[in-house]
Design a protein around this ligand. Structure first.
Ligand code: ADP
Length: 474
């Protein structure tokens, strides 16, 4: 057993020392999960739904406590943290209806009855990042449990506390022992063991593209199914015909939410040349107006970065000679504070334009026309989200269809709704989370054919029989 110190990002103080589990803990966890899963899958669908609803209600009763814990461990502004805890309850409520809606299909074939069943995979590993600990864990465990699986969650090293608490709340709410386990540990140790363990049937990984590629490679020898939700470098495309006031006023929220530690951050603002100067005039006060400060303060809109090592990584993108157009404010003193920063690099291939910074740093580039905007938006290895600002409905649809990204919004920066699918194109990932189909991603399709003697024949069979009869008479 090793330990790790957890820090409060707002002041750098040590919150607590946490025990981390070793890789061997996965063996025991998988065995317990498998036992729990067999019983869980045998419950009536309505009973599984009731258990998930009870879990959702318990989370709702603990929203304030979970939110305060996230403020302390992750530095999220309290208002946002409350939304996150409430979102977990909403996700559980949404998927509580799923067990009774896991429909198979009856397919017309010759000689009998054919049907499909959505069978649970068994034990699912959910590996989460440090940026949105609670919500991303719930996107994995809620639909996976609904589909009849057990789930092992490995939270990120820096921000495990709310996920650990959710695991306790699940047990208090009556979820069977072992069905949902939270295993704090190092990614390269416990995380890797979760991916390679033969008893884990599927892994949902959210994190960086580099680590996601490693997870995919580690999953290959056991042919373990993976869903990957990885990085992003999304475009916020502002056309000359847009409501410029609204586009500029909201652009900071499209990128600086959660201090830019968001895979959906619109970290490349692309502005049509003819309105560039006007847009920048409007953007400057909007950036200055972002309230950066104590995450426990109700008025705070942006808190500190999650950790000192991450602060250093973000700072490396803004050296003294960086092309800073303007910056917002940030507290001084202890804590991982970083002011919202707007860069205007001269090159479209600058590293600040190409690489995911995962901090409150945005680049602004100009484009000439619609074709140039689409080319620029797609000139990235990523494809997670993006925004399009225009008053022209046809243009909105043309551009939305042409941008290679999984989650686009027009005249909005909204990316995440539990009822709609979420995930990325290109190196932003594989598979989709959330939405009505998410439980199916945690099932194997089983096809069963039942022969029926002297039953009705399908058209194909009739044709085949007639062909044979004709051949015989010829
Ligand atoms: P970051 O988001 O800081 O870039 P990562 O993408 O590396 O972090 O990590 C996301 C999650 O993946 C964390 O829970 C981390 O512990 C875990 N992880 C890191 N390395 C591995 C690995 N080799 N196998 C499985 N999980 C890993």
């Amino acid at each position: 057993m090793t330990t790790t110190d957890l820090h409060n990002p707002a002041d750098g103080s040590v919150l607590m020392t946490l025990d981390l589990l070793d890789a061997d803990a996965v063996d025991d966890a998988v065995a317990r999960a498998r036992t729990a899963q067999r019983a869980w899958a045998r419950l009536a669908p309505v009973e599984r739904g009731q258990a998930l609803r009870a879990f959702a209600d318990a989370v709702r009763d603990h929203v304030e406590e979970l939110a305060r814990l996230e403020v302390a461990n992750s530095g999220h502004p309290i208002g946002q943290a409350r939304w996150e805890a409430g979102h977990v309850a909403d996700v559980l409520t949404y998927y509580a209806a799923a067990p009774e809606r896991l429909f198979g299909r009856q397919i017309p074939v010759a000689g009998g009855i054919d049907m499909t069943f959505a069978e649970p995979i068994g034990v699912i590993g959910v590996i989460t990042p440090w940026n949105f600990p609670m919500t991303i864990a719930s996107w994995g465990f809620a639909p996976a449990l609904a589909a009849g699986n057990a789930v092992l969650v490995k939270p990120a090293e820096w921000t495990p506390l709310t996920t650990i608490r959710l695991g306790e709340i699940a047990v208090q709410a009556g979820l069977p022992d072992g069905l949902l386990q939270v295993l704090p540990g190092r990614g390269s140790v416990l995380g890797e063991r979760l991916v390679t363990h033969p008893g884990v049937g599927k892994v949902v990984f959210t994190g960086s593209t580099a680590t996601g590629a490693r997870v995919m490679a580690a999953a290959a020898p056991t042919v373990t199914n993976v869903t990957l939700e990885l990085g992003g470098k999304s475009a916020n495309v502002v056309f000359a015909d847009a409501d410029l006031e609204r586009a500029a006023a909201t652009a900071p929220y499209g990128v600086f939410e959660n201090a830019g530690q968001d895979c959906c951050a619109r970290s490349r603002i692309l502005v049509q040349e003819s309105v560039y100067e006007r847009f920048m005039e409007l953007l400057e006060p909007a950036v200055a107006g972002v309230r950066v400060g104590d995450p426990a303060d109700e008025a705070t809109e942006m808190g500190p970065l999650v950790s000192r090592p991450h602060w250093e990584k973000v700072a490396s993108y803004v050296p003294d000679d960086a092309p800073v157009a303007f910056r917002g404010s940030a507290p001084s003193g202890p804590g991982n504070w970083f002011a919202p920063t707007v860069l205007t690099p001269s090159s479209r291939t600058d590293r600040t334009v190409v690489e995911e910074i995962f901090g409150p740093v945005v680049t602004v580039l100009r484009f000439s026309d619609e074709a140039d905007a689409i080319a620029l938006a797609n000139d990235t290895a990523y494809g997670l989200s993006g925004s399009i600002w225009t008053r022209d409905v046809s243009r909105a649809f043309r551009v939305a269809r042409a941008v290679e990204a999984g989650n686009l919004s027009v005249n909005s920066h909204s990316s995440v709704r539990y009822a709609t699918p979420f995930g990325g194109f290109k190196q932003s990932g594989i598979g989709r989370e959330l939405g009505p189909d998410a439980p199916l991603a945690f099932t194997e399709t089983k096809n069963v054919f039942v022969a029926v003697e002297d039953g009705p024949r399908s058209d194909q069979q009739s044709v085949a029989v007639e062909d044979a009869a004709q051949e015989e008479s010829a």
